[in-house]
Design a protein around this ligand. Structure first.
Ligand SMILES: NC(=O)c1ccc[n+]([C@@H]2O[C@H](COP(=O)([O-])OP(=O)(O)OC[C@H]3O[C@@H](n4cnc5c(N)ncnc54)[C@H](OP(=O)(O)O)[C@@H]3O)[C@@H](O)[C@H]2O)c1
Length: 289
């Protein structure tokens, strides 16, 4: 990858920009300004979700940007409470309406289970995926995928699916690289996308990240984003100001050496959000290593 315009190829041949713009918490009046700024900075891939409650804001800002729809890569996600055949179709149509578009580039199942008590989550997952496959086969979505799926959730899909997911969006950053899920995805040709690629700032002050950002003369955020790219992972950083938006895509003029890549991959667990698909949210101590 040489620039933000370069793409990964999904397992169905669809091209996807190698860095996306994360829009979680990009809401309200200031949200439109942030999106406009991100477009100006060159971002063309926008990651949203029904849960973020910003699809309307995002759709309006993109429509006003003047960038043709086919030059934008737009992804959204179906939320836990909308899983199932009917809910998935309804959620998809809502996303289209709010985003002012008639197709999505990528549509994901946000989490594999609606809640931890639901014993029928496998059945619900099968229904949800079948509805996604139907929308894909009807030409309304260019690629379908999942988020927060670990190998055992992906196995459930592989037993019932006609179509292999194109992407799995996982929490992925130095200190939390989900090696089991990443290896499974690599083997099956599923592109891993990194949510919280900066560990939502929690890993930026880690001594190893600080040391290596000094060595390569880049910011800690640039180091994290470059690390994801060198792992073949697609990072989705979110930033509020133009300076950071530019910084987060200025990651193509340096390369992290093999030894340093291994040091980052092997560093002690750090910066985990506490989110896990099979457990209640864990309490994590902020800014500790
Ligand atoms: N699938 C899922 O379940 C899931 C879950 C969470 C997130 N996501 C997606 O992933 C995206 C990114 O994750 P995230 O928003 O949680 O975290 P993130 O991108 O890792 O971190 C965002 C934080 O880092 C700060 N930041 C950005 N650029 C920086 C820089 N160059 N230097 C220093 N600080 C910087 C931002 O501050 P400012 O905003 O103040 O600039 C913000 O506080 C989300 O927006 C969303 O699209 C998906």
């Amino acid at each position: 990858m040489k620039s933000i315009q370069d793409c990964y190829k999904l397992n169905n041949g669809v091209e996807i920009p190698c860095i996306g713009f994360g829009t979680y918490k990009v809401t309200d009046a200031g949200g439109a300004e942030m999106i406009r700024e991100a477009v100006k900075c060159g971002y063309r891939y926008f990651d949203t979700a029904a849960f973020y409650k910003n699809e309307e804001e995002l759709g309006r800002a993109l429509a006003l940007s003047g960038i043709p729809r086919h030059e934008i890569f737009l992804s959204s996600k179906v939320w836990k409470t909308d899983m199932g055949a009917e809910g998935t179709r309804r959620s998809f149509e809502e996303s289209l309406r709010k985003l002012h578009t008639d197709y999505l580039d990528l549509f994901l199942i946000h989490w594999p289970r609606p809640d931890l008590e639901n014993k029928n989550w496998r059945g619900l997952l099968a229904e949800t995926w079948k509805a996604m496959e139907d929308l894909y086969l009807a030409g309304k979505i260019r690629a379908i995928g999942v988020s927060n799926f670990l190998p055992h959730h992906l196995d459930v899909l592989s037993e019932i699916s006609k179509i292999c997911p194109a992407a799995d969006q996982l929490e992925f950053h130095p200190g939390y690289t989900q090696e089991a899920a990443a290896a499974y995805c690599r083997e099956k040709g599923i592109l891993v996308q990194a949510w919280s690629p900066l560990g939502r700032s929690r890993v930026l002050a880690h001594p190893l990240i600080q040391e290596l950002s000094g060595k390569y003369k880049v910011s800690p955020a640039q180091l994290c984003i470059r690390y994801a790219l060198q792992r073949g992972v697609l990072p989705l950083p979110k930033a509020s100001a133009a300076r950071r938006m530019r910084e987060n895509q200025d990651v193509f003029a340096f390369e992290i050496e093999r030894e340093d890549m291994h040091r980052i991959t092997s560093m002690p667990p750090s910066g985990w959000s506490g989110e896990h698909p099979d457990f209640e949210k864990a309490c994590t101590r902020q800014n500790t290593f």
